[in-house]
Design a protein around this ligand. Structure first.
Ligand SMILES: Cc1cc2nc3c(=O)[nH]c(=O)nc-3n(C[C@H](O)[C@H](O)[C@H](O)COP(=O)(O)O)c2cc1C
Length: 248
């Protein structure tokens, strides 16, 4: 069981990264091996519209043909058991790097069919962790939820399972006194950091454990499905499929 988290913040030890670490802690406690990838460490670009992933009989059909430092990460995600994306909110949506990553991750799986179809085989439990300055209410009032809802919908369509996770009114600066700023009360932020952020971390860790559980259930369902499929193919004697049943 392998769980991968993608940090779309340039900061490797701040809010988004910390929450992702907690998600991975939770996944490890449920028996998974984990990996945290920092997108800002990688040289890569977003989708260049080459369409190699869409060519009839193309050798890269369903796969991103671009070769850069994201390529091995996409390959590992293809074999992973759960995937967590994390990003701070920048100007109402995710960071540019996260956006570029999402294009590369999901466009190859998208089939241009009347009914949207994904080439991804099976169910990959995914989650998106967002951190931001604004409160939960402002997040809705400023329509951030339109963006997060779109992400939810495309992840769900591509991989079959998604959860969205929000951490609001995060601590943005180590020392607010050094920054030109008057729209938040630094003292309130520090208090919230001590009181609310630990709860966010706990929720994050529960999320990690839950994704592993969802994956385990999906694997079990798939095995059951295969078993009953084999039953219906091989054991046509009308009796129960199991140790007492005999193939014809
Ligand atoms: C370029 C930039 C743009 C931002 N835009 C927003 C925004 O539109 N809304 C918001 O709530 N926070 C905004 N923020 C604040 C970050 O989303 C917030 O501090 C986040 O928790 C930072 O995550 P990190 O600590 O993992 O880097 C912005 C921060 C930066 C640097």
């Amino acid at each position: 069981m392998n769980v991968i988290a993608i940090n779309g913040s340039p900061r490797k030890k701040w809010n988004t990264a910390m929450l992702l670490e907690h998600v991975l802690d939770g996944a490890r406690s449920a028996g998974a091996e984990t990996e945290l990838v920092h997108l800002y460490d990688l040289e890569f670009r977003g989708c260049t519209s080459c369409f190699a992933c869409k060519l009839k009989d193309g050798k890269s059909y369903g796969k991103c043909a671009m070769q850069d430092e994201l390529t091995p990460v996409l390959e590992r995600i293809g074999k992973a058991d759960a995937l967590i994306l994390g990003s701070p909110i920048y100007f109402g949506t995710v960071t540019g790097e996260m956006r570029s990553f999402m294009e590369r991750l999901m466009f190859p799986y998208l089939v241009y069919a009347r009914t949207p179809t994904s080439l991804f085989v099976g169910k990959l439990p995914t989650a998106f962790v967002y951190t931001m300055n604004v409160s939960e209410q402002q997040m809705k009032d400023f329509h951030y939820t339109v963006h997060t809802g779109l992400n939810e919908s495309v992840l769900n369509r591509t991989f079959g399972y998604v959860e969205s996770f929000f951490s609001n009114e995060t601590l943005q600066f180590e020392d607010y006194n050094k920054v030109v700023l008057d729209y938040v009360d630094p003292e309130e932020r520090r208090k919230r950091r001590k009181k609310v952020f630990p709860q966010d971390c706990k929720r994050a860790s529960e999320l990690g454990a839950r994704l592993v559980q969802v994956r385990n259930e999906a694997t079990r369902d798939q095995k059951e499905g295969e078993k009953s499929w084999k039953c219906s193919k091989r054991y046509t004697g009308g009796g129960q499929c199991g140790s007492s049943a005999r193939p014809r």
